[in-house]
Write a protein that binds this ligand. Structure first.
Ligand SMILES: *[C@@H]1O[C@H](CO)[C@@H](O)[C@H](O)[C@H]1NC(C)=O
Ligand SMILES: *[C@@H]1O[C@H](CO)[C@@H](O)[C@H](O)[C@H]1NC(C)=O
Ligand SMILES: *[C@@H]1O[C@H](CO)[C@@H](O)[C@H](O)[C@H]1NC(C)=O
Length: 341
């Protein structure tokens, strides 16, 4: 297989005080209850509250290959247990998902096209736990549909940078990386495409909004090399601002997952590792402190993987599923990383 399947990087954080019942030592990894029903990768993870996470869509093992799923499941942090939730409106992988105000916004992503390739769909929906149902919202504007965008939330607005419109898993492995930057206003229900395109296209990158700044870290492009180590920032308050380059990542990688705590953006794993014995997967945990503009290397992943999606809640980072081999290899393993401070 010549295609590459990797992670949607998505970040989110909660600052509320409450404890997880599973103990975890600072700077260490802790294994949690595995995802029931099926292993998963290319899904998206978000936090609905300080106690509840949701994982959406992705790909699941299917005979010798993988298939795209519409499954949504909830993880309860205090009891370390999983439950099921209403399915997505259709099977999707690399979905762009963010939680705002306890609702889940699914803003486009990749779906299986009639020719079997994974192609972007613009359709978008919101899931409100109060109604326990999905409702259609404004689709991504013409020409901006994509999956695997780097995302960040600022107040009630969801920012998306880059992503991909095609991943041809049927052969050849053609894929692309776009430079599109857009914002969805959850209060008005409207989309806006920013004039500040990314200087370099990328998908499967890390994303976060910290304060009033949108950060995009690493990611992938289709071509020789493939992995980016560049870190970009855009000041969201200044409409004339342009993307700025910051300190490069210690390890260039795409297919990462990202989570934010305070001023720090944690970047986990990834795909495209050429090191012998790595199975093409990175184990690195590296943190970028937006306050100092510097990187620090932390304890590698307990189980290295790509194609997963991380979320931070109360100073702990949850990483369900992901792929343990280049391309595919979905697992049901759920890990927690406890950075301490
Ligand atoms: C998780 O995956 C492993 C390996 O495939 C399997 O043995 C185990 O039963 C799975 N656990 C659950 C809860 O599905
Ligand atoms: C999107 O583009 C297509 C083709 O260019 C056009 O037919 C359609 O009206 C456009 N839709 C919107 C909402 O602008
Ligand atoms: C992390 O992966 C590299 C190969 O990319 C390997 O050399 C190193 O031993 C791994 N570290 C741990 C702690 O497993």
């Amino acid at each position: 297989m010549h295609f590459t399947v990797v992670a949607l990087a998505l970040s989110s954080s909660f600052g509320l005080a409450a404890g997880s019942c599973v103990p975890c030592r600072d700077g260490n990894w802790q294994q949690l209850a595995p995802i029931p029903v099926s292993s998963r990768q290319e899904h998206t993870t978000v936090a609905l509250s300080a106690e509840t996470l949701a994982i959406l869509g992705g790909v699941v093992p299917d005979g010798n290959f993988i298939s795209t799923t519409d499954i949504m499941q909830l993880y309860d942090i205090p009891s370390n247990t999983w439950s099921s939730a209403p399915s997505l409106p259709l099977p999707m992988n690399h979905a762009n998902v963010a939680a705002v105000g306890g609702r889940v916004y699914l803003l486009g992503g990749l779906a299986v096209a009639p020719d079997g390739a994974w192609r972007a769909i613009a359709s978008s929906w919101v899931y409100d736990p109060k109604d326990n149902a999905w409702t259609s919202i404004s689709p991504m504007p013409n020409g901006t549909a994509r999956g695997s965008a780097a995302m960040g939330v600022r107040g009630t607005s969801i920012y998306l940078a880059g992503g991909m419109t095609t991943l041809d898993v049927t052969g050849g492995g053609y894929q692309d990386s776009v430079t599109t930057v857009s914002v969805y206003d959850t209060t008005k229900g409207t989309w806006r495409t920013l004039s500040q395109h990314l200087p370099e296209g990328r998908d499967h990158a890390g994303g976060a909004v910290v304060g009033s700044t949108f950060y995009v870290l690493g990611g992938r492009y289709f071509g020789s090399g493939g992995n980016r180590d560049t870190v970009l920032s855009l000041q969201l308050d200044d409409h004339r601002a342009t993307w700025q380059s910051l300190a490069r990542m210690p390890t260039a990688r795409g297919g990462v997952s990202a989570a934010t705590i305070g001023t720090k953006i944690y970047i986990f794993g990834g795909e495209g590792n050429k090191a012998e014995g790595s199975d093409g997967v990175f184990n690195e945990t590296e943190v970028f402190d937006t306050a100092s503009g510097t990187w620090e290397e932390l304890r590698p992943m307990r189980l290295p993987r790509h194609g997963t999606s991380a979320v931070a809640v109360n100073g702990r980072i949850y990483i369900p599923g992901g792929g343990i081999y280049e391309h595919a290899g979905p697992v049901n393993t759920t890990d927690m990383f406890c950075p301490g401070h």
